[in-house]
Design a binder for this molecule. Structure first.
Ligand code: ADP
Length: 401
């Protein structure tokens, strides 16, 4: 096993477009690192450079402290686990797992048997060694694919969207399976996905990419609670964070449905800006009727016209339409186009307790803890209210020049 160091790595394809642009990332020995971002952000390119399937245009790649830019894939001792498992249908589970050892051709037969059986024990596949892949469940096939990586004694496992072809239920099961195995084996793992739920549930740390650039590298919790910018705030979390236009009037922030007193800790961040974007997660609103009086006094209460509600059993979503003031909407229009669909919506989503009596077509009194509000610069997208911690990783303007 080994750590992986990515230093100022650039990938330009022939058209000159930087698919990966000056990315630096330290992946510790045994760490489960997720590369996540929307389609086309460069995450697969970065993974393929690590494994050696793409040349590195610029920068350095070190595995276990050794520069491997010019090493062939087979000399990097990494194991790639592919989306479709890439199992040979005509070979038994035993032979599928043994395949990389046979390819290497240096291990005696007894040693191959020993390695395959030991991997099968780890993966709980011992009684299936004689079967063909078609006789296995999806989960067992995934384990066979990992068995191949295990017998090679690879320094790291690399996954490229391994679950994207599966239905939601199987995907959930496989996710748990991969996590359990990674913990058991303690092997350095780099895992590419466009799915924020996979990223949040699997990663020790998550590297969020956009347009070839790293936006933030942090634990799932830090990404959720302290996103560096609008892009990360909108990408991480489901349902997504609400973005609301804000007009600054002295010591007050005017949002579409409520007025928020400026908190002392926000002053430096706000500076002399007159327009901001507020970010509030749906789950940080509550039905005021369900909030204890002492707590209610510490937060903000406001009236909202509810459009519709969706009841899901363990929570319910209420949708609240609003009008953004014309002048602010205009000032924020440029930012909207920057954010690829992470729009300043004209309705917000509020996640309420399932016992709430709030109903569609009625007025409701909602409650919000103001300390949960994030404020973003409308031009750069930077989170102005973020507490910068030791693992803070800032980049500039949403990854665009
Ligand atoms: P992701 O995995 O995040 O979806 P990719 O790494 O596959 O993104 O692609 C990043 C960017 O590089 C995209 O704009 C894509 O079109 C481009 N790209 C990927 N592979 C090639 C290639 N072989 N030649 C030219 N451009 C490529």
């Amino acid at each position: 096993m080994a750590d992986i160091t990515i230093k100022n790595v650039v990938k330009r394809y022939r058209d000159g477009y930087p698919a990966v642009n000056d990315v630096s990332l330290e992946i510790s020995d045994g760490e489960f690192m997720i590369l996540v971002g929307p389609s086309g952000c460069g995450k697969s390119t970065l993974l393929r450079m690590i494994v050696g399937l793409e040349d590195i245009t610029d920068g350095d790649l070190l595995i276990g402290g050794v520069r491997v830019n010019d090493k062939a894939p087979r000399d990097r001792n990494l194991a790639m686990v592919f989306q479709n498992y890439a199992l040979y249908p005509h070979l038994s589970v035993f032979e599928n797992i043994a395949f990389p050892l046979r390819l290497r051709g240096t291990e005696p037969e007894e040693r191959i048997t020993e390695l395959v059986e030991s991997a099968a024990d780890t993966l709980e596949l011992r009684e299936h060694l004689g079967r063909k892949p078609a006789q296995l469940s999806g989960g067992q096939r995934q384990r066979v694919a990992m068995g191949r990586a295990i017998v090679r004694d690879a320094d790291a496992f690399l996954f490229d969207e391994p679950l994207s072809n599966l239905d939601a239920k199987l995907r959930g099961q496989m996710r748990t399976e991969i996590l359990r195995l990674q913990r058991k084996l303690g092997v350095t793992t780099v895992y590419v996905t466009h799915d924020q739920t996979e990223a949040m549930t699997l990663g020790d740390r998550v590297a969020v990419m956009r347009k070839g650039e790293l936006q933030q590298v942090a634990s799932p919790r830090e990404l959720y609670e302290q996103p560096v910018n609008l892009f990360v705030a909108g990408f991480i979390g489901s349902p997504p964070m609400n973005f609301l236009p804000v007009a600054v009037h002295g010591d007050e922030l005017r949002l579409p449905l409520l007025t928020v007193p400026v908190r002392p800790e926000w002053k430096d961040g706000i500076g002399d800006r007159t327009v901001l974007v507020a970010g509030v997660r749906p789950g940080h609103f509550e039905d005021a009727a369900l909030v204890e009086p002492a707590k209610r006094d510490r937060g903000l209460t406001f009236t909202a016209g509810i459009d519709v509600t969706e009841w899901l059993g363990n929570e319910q979503y209420a949708f609240v339409p609003y009008d953004a003031p014309e002048d602010i909407a205009r000032q924020l229009a440029e930012l909207e186009s920057e954010l690829d669909g992470e729009r300043l919506r004209t309705q917000m989503c509020v996640s309420l307790d399932p016992t709430s009596q709030v109903r569609g077509g009625e007025q409701a009194t909602l409650w919000l803890d103001p300390t949960r509000i994030h404020l973003f610069d409308p031009r750069t997208g930077e989170n102005l209210t973020r507490e910068s911690g030791p693992s803070a990783h800032r980049v500039g303007r949403l990854g665009t020049p």
